[in-house]
Design a protein around this ligand. Structure first.
Ligand SMILES: [Zn+2]
Length: 282
């Protein structure tokens, strides 16, 4: 009898687990944070968070993350060691930071600068696992992979063209994070990946004139383009020519989202269903 009861209990329990739970998470929220002139993209899924870049050191980044209820970061990727991408890292990775960081990824940016030195010494002080990424690597966020498309391993790149480029794709749905790459790198990436997609596309280098070649934009089949920049910035980002090309590539200026006019913008990606701006979905 005892054995029979045990069998009934097991079957009931297994039935519940198969029908109701323990299936993998199947959506991401992607926040393009309003960090002024800079870039930071926060991935969120099932209460977990990860960061691609951290904005400048002037954006009060710690508070920005707290307002989004972030306390643990699965990983942080720093695309390259420019202040507008890595500055916030100095704030959230410092010794008494309230954030628990599980893993840090840097690229092979050969730029020599105080910010590069500061980032590396902070990681050493904190004793957080650090890995240097390059083309061909992959990282995981809550069970789904992001592939590293750039930089290639054979040679060193510095400054904007050293940016780590990350791609995640499921069928026609895709996310493409480009840091500050410029035209020459866009061409090289297309040589490697001629059918690259960027349904949700972070416009490179804040909409600079030196990036976003028409061929690159047309290849990506962009559904939504996001430009991260500050109002009235001294670089005059985004450039009017880039905006025209984006309009041509997307066919609709309403597909272009700018943090200088909208603040933080957020998208919901439901795998296998689609990608939508959060405001229209929630
Ligand atoms: Zn930048």
């Amino acid at each position: 009898m005892k054995h029979l009861l045990f069998l009934v209990f097991c079957l009931t329990f297994l039935g519940c687990s198969q029908n109701q739970g323990f299936h993998p998470v199947d959506s991401w929220k992607i926040h393009f944070l309003d960090v002024g002139q800079g870039l930071s993209v926060l991935l969120e899924s099932d209460g977990k968070f990860a960061l691609y870049d951290t904005g400048p050191d002037s954006a009060n980044f710690e508070n920005l993350l707290k307002t989004l209820h972030v306390d643990t970061l699965e990983w942080i990727v720093i695309s390259h060691f420019h202040r507008d991408h890595a500055g916030g890292f100095l704030e959230i990775a410092k010794k008494d930071s309230p954030f628990f960081i599980k893993q840090i990824y840097f690229g092979k940016d050969s730029t020599k600068s105080w910010i590069a030195d500061s980032c590396i010494s902070l990681v050493q002080e904190k004793d957080v696992p650090l890995k240097y990424l390059q083309k061909g690597d992959s990282i995981i966020f809550n069970e789904y992979p992001l592939h590293i498309l750039w930089p290639e391993s054979e040679r060193n790149y510095g400054d904007n063209n050293a940016s780590l480029v990350l791609s995640s794709r499921k069928g026609n749905e895709s996310l493409l994070l480009t840091g500050d790459i410029e035209a020459e790198t866009e061409k090289k990436i297309l040589d490697y990946y001629p059918s690259l997609r960027g349904a949700l596309f972070q416009v490179p280098h804040h909409g600079s004139r030196n990036s976003s070649t028409l061929k690159f934009l047309e290849t990506l089949q962009i559904q939504y383009a996001v430009i991260s920049n500050a109002k009235e910035n001294t670089y005059e980002h985004p450039h009017s020519e880039t905006l025209k090309k984006l309009e041509a590539a997307t066919g609709n200026s309403e597909k272009i989202f700018r943090t200088d006019s909208l603040g933080t913008v957020c998208f919901h990606w439901e795998f296998g269903t689609g990608i939508w701006p959060c405001s229209k979905n929630h």
